[in-house]
Every structure is written in C-alpha cells, then in structure tokens.
Design a protein around this ligand. Structure first.
Ligand code: URA
Length: 224
C-alpha cells in the first residue's frame, strides 16, 4: 500500500486525467483522508470543509459518488442527505450495514450551486481517490451515477441502460472490478429508477460477498 502525496498519483498531473499544477499548495493527507487541499480555487470558495470517504479502510465494497452536496458539506460525510437515505434503504434491502461499506466521492469539495464537478476538478481530485482505493483494496467498486462512471471508465456511459453491468476500471496503477449504477438521486426524480438502483446495489453486495444474496461472493466475481 502506498501513502504520501509523491508516490500515489496525488501529485499534480495525477494519473494523466487533466489535473493541473496546484501552485505549490500541495495537499496533505492523513492515511486515506485528505487533510488540506487547495487545488481547485472555485471549490475552496464554495466548500465548508473537505468531505473524505467514510467506512472501514479494508471494506470489500466501495461506493463512489460524484461530489458532496449541501448536507454532506455541512456534516462532513458523503451521502447523508436525501440521496443518502435512498442508498441506506438499498443497502438495508440487500442485507448490508452502511457501517460495513466505504462511501466516497470523485471530488471531495462541494461545487457551487451543486453543479457537476468540471473535468479539471475531477482530475485534481483523482489522486485522492487513487490513493483511497489502493489503500482499501476493495473486492468491488460501485459507481453512483454518470459522473463517476464516466470518470472511472473514461468513456460515455448511459447509466440507466448499463446499470448492473460489471466492468473493469483502471485507476492509477490498479484495476478494479466495478458495478455501474444510477445515482440514488435519480430515484427521487423518477420512481421507475428505484428498482434499477436497488437491483444494482443488491448485485454489487452479492458479488462482493457482503450481502445476504446467494451469488457466492468472490466466487460470483470469478464468473466475470
Ligand atoms: N451525491 C453525491 O454524488 N455524493 C454525495 O456525497 C451526496 C450526494
């Protein structure tokens, strides 16, 4: 496991996905947490705090969202607003305790007016995610919504039609098995997406061997 900003893709340039020089204000880290970072001037203005991932640092299952919203910025934890309630419901349905999975975001600072993070912001934050996933080394990653799916797969992803698909994603020096999912917020705008979301979470839990399903955990993953 690597740590430290110089060896893990958290340096300017990251792993080649559009990061920009940070003007000498290098991020500092504490284990998998980012303690300080000023790479994105607009986000430094809009955030109250850096929202790091939560959950065990050896979790088998890691959920990757887009960026914190107002509730997350306020409480310093990913997915604690309405989207978080939907995620909690889907985890409960799959027989998984929220405390047993890791939940994080592509970008750790709240964008102004909850806009999508820019490509540059995604690139600037990528090294933090690279380091987190290297450290956690999960059996499976779940991308929550279009932004994380496209960021990790580096292609256009129609998430509704690809939800539940098992893919390989490359981050830094590593590849991870991942399940594509719609964002939990999509279920709030379109009730028809609820089943799609719940099914993807159940499938991921099952494949990672953390749910109460019967796909056989790691042996389920071996099939892909
Ligand atoms: N949406 C996200 O993508 N991430 C959060 O942490 C909250 C809402």
């Amino acid at each position: 496991m690597t740590s430290g900003a110089d060896s893990d893709g958290a340096t300017p340039g990251g792993d080649g996905h559009g990061a920009v020089p940070d003007g000498g204000d290098a991020p500092t880290t504490d284990g998998v947490d980012v303690a300080s970072c000023a790479r994105c001037p607009r986000l430094v203005e809009s955030r109250s705090r850096i929202v790091n991932g939560v959950g065990p640092d050896d979790a088998d299952l890691v959920f990757v969202g887009e960026a914190p919203g107002a509730n997350e910025d306020d409480r310093g934890e990913p997915f604690v607003g309405r989207s978080g309630s939907v995620l909690d419901d889907a985890l409960r349905d799959a027989g998984v305790a929220r405390a047993d999975v890791r939940i994080t975001n592509c970008v750790r600072c709240r964008p102004p007016e909850n806009r999508d993070p820019t490509r540059e912001e995604l690139g600037n934050c990528r090294g933090h995610l690279v380091r987190e996933l290297e450290r956690v080394d999960p059996a499976l990653v779940v991308t929550l919504g279009k932004v994380p799916a496209e960021h990790l797969l580096d292609r256009s992803v129609p998430v509704t039609s690809e939800a539940g698909d098992v893919v390989d994603v490359r981050l830094g020096e590593r590849s991870y098995r991942a399940v594509i999912s719609v964002h939990p917020a999509a279920t709030l705008y379109d009730g028809g997406q609820r089943e799609t979301f719940f099914d993807a979470v159940a499938r991921a839990a099952d494949l990672a061997g953390v749910g109460d399903g019967d796909a056989g955990g790691q042996s389920g993953l071996d099939a892909f």
